[in-house]
Write a protein that binds this ligand. Sequence first.
Ligand SMILES: [Zn+2]
Length: 295
Amino acid sequence: VASPSAVAVVAIDIGGTNTRVALVYPQPGAPRFENVQAFPTEEAYAAQIQRLASAIADARVRAEARGVMVAGVGVSFGGRMAQDGASVAIAPNLRSYERQLLTKDLAVTGMPVRAAHDALCGLLGETRFGALAGRERCAYLTISTGLGAAIHLASAGAPGVYTSIEMGHQLLDLATRRCLCGQTGCLETYVSGRQLALYYGAPLEELVDPAIWETLAEKLSLGLVNLAQLTRVEVVAVGGAIALACPALLAVLHMRLANQLRGMSLEIIPAALGARSPLAGAAALLDTDPATILN
Ligand SMILES: [Zn+2]
């Protein structure tokens, strides 16, 4: 039974395929999650807003029936937000969302709404509640349909800055695979579930040739060497469906990085919150200083 002073946040994770809505109860240690709704993401923006408005109302009724106050709505979005954090800038998997005022359109209940890129939310979740707590130069990497990453750089206890980066579209060579973004030789062409399935013409679960997975580890380790060299990040928490389904991958990456990096090291660890890092980070957005988030 919650105490009357208990506070929760409605956390929403809008992915290219699925949407999850949960109540998140931030508390010392790990947050507590209560699933409210999950549904396939509507491709039409207006239909998605309608479903979310009803899910937010549903979550609020559930919380308040138990004497829990809802502090606001946090959104993890599978696309890039504009610099002001209010409207959608680029969403390759959800084109009808581009230029829409997402935070205003979800403010239907009068509660404050904050939104950020899903990789940034994953990072925020892991730094606030998970494997990256207390780490000042760190990154979060998600390996699933696409490849997403965000970095946090701070020093001497100052809040620092959180930003998502185009990890998947760094070039590894100019001679091979064409990426969905239009460039040739992007890291994502070797690593993302969507692009692997397109390249090999089979669903990911049928790609059992070990050579595919060796290439994935080899190319991803090059991308991580670049990440360490370019950003001074010291530790990376890895999540996302492909990473979660393949725990041996982290050990392989760790070994390759130890062999390839000179003059620095990069620690590879699993995301402690698993698939929930972005939801936890969406909830944490509500009390994160907007000046520390670089959209
Ligand atoms: Zn690309």
